[in-house]
Design a protein around this ligand. Sequence first.
Ligand SMILES: [Zn+2]
Length: 62
Amino acid sequence: MPRKPSACPECGSKKVIPIEYGYPADMGAYLKAVDEGRFAPGGCCVDESNPDWHCRDCEHRW
Ligand SMILES: [Zn+2]
């Protein structure tokens, strides 16, 4: 995974979180972390073009 960007390229927000892919082993902990804004759920399909980062302000993904 690339280094975490310091800000969203679209709106400049610093509320950038990683997008996690794959099925979580511990669904409870996973949902809690999503709730707390530690990362965004990316679904279970992983391919080369999937975005790595999610902006919590404008929902932009890149
Ligand atoms: Zn943004």
